[in-house]
Design a protein. Sequence first.
Length: 407
Amino acid sequence: MISLNFKGKLESKRLACGFESVKRIKRVDKNILINGDNLEALKALTHEHKSLVDVIYIDPPYNTKNHKFLYDDKFKSHASWLSFIYPRLILACGLLSEDGVIFISIDDNELAHLKLLCDEVFGEQNFISQFVWQKKNKASYLHKKVAKMNEYILCYAKDINMAPMLSVENSDESKHYPLNFKNNPEKELLFSSGHVEFKLQDSLIKAGDMSSKTIKCNLLDDVEIKDGKNVNDFRMSGGWRYTQENLDEMLNNGAKLSVSKLPFRVKLIKNTTKAKMMNNFLTKSNSHMPTYEDANAEIVDIFGFEAFIKAKPIGLIKTLVKSVTYLKKDALVLDFFAGSGTTADAIFKLNSEDNGKRKFILIQNSEKIDKNQESYKKGYKTMYEIMRQRVDLACAKYKTDFVEYKL
């Protein structure tokens, strides 16, 4: 495996150690907000949440020339973006459950480096996909050479063999099963009027032997077929997979009966749903995926003004969480770059759609808001205050609550 070396790597790796002396975040059956540096918060969670987190989504600060790192990393000379993210990924990996999955939003600047770093931390064999997300409705021409329309989301499993197939929708399938079973004792089944679909012309089928070389089956009553259905009740004798009671119950739950040819033996059609594998192209046209413009509209709708810039849209995070937890609706989700708290809204919305009981842990530090920003003028002094307000409003809407820790 190719290992990514960078200045300060050893020092940054050491930052992921020594969590024994850090404050403990207790396990509770509630949502959790943590106000503090996420490196220390991840250590605090490790005590009682190791291998318990089902999904991690993070949107770390991108390594642009305009960004200033406000996280305390205990070292100054090697405060590169890679040194910053490396220990946090190590701790995140330890918190993931054995079938857990992590999603990491990123842009062009650190995509290649982050991929190599994740290969090292999570194992390159556990790489699931690089999602492409359409971030804008219209192209941005700020770049001198190309109009950029997308960002990326790296996805890794804790163990690729245990992680679920990622899915956000089902496909319907109809499977045909023979009712006859030669090893069972001979009994009678009653087929009620209109309950059997015949792919035959209107006719009258006389009672008689409907057996094959291996299956013994007798029609005990004449059957009149009209418009593809049996007009009258009829009985058949043979060895059956189901009792009369079991068959009637399946029919009441949506199963159907079918006959396609003569001599006939009735087949059972079960309508089943199967998870459909999602694709990694998250766009307006392909999957109705919202963009930054939609996220800005969501922020204004919640706060009454643009309280946060470059928030991810609710629909994006909801899709990612659903893709892992469609069969595990009591999952625990962690976001340790919580920003404005979009992940909380996404989980509340997803739970309301599928009656889930997912819980979240959000971590956000007290990064100060610039006095020139509208949020400061509205009374918000830190990023944590914005996130907490958003979660407060969401909890009131969905009638739930959270516990809060300050580190």
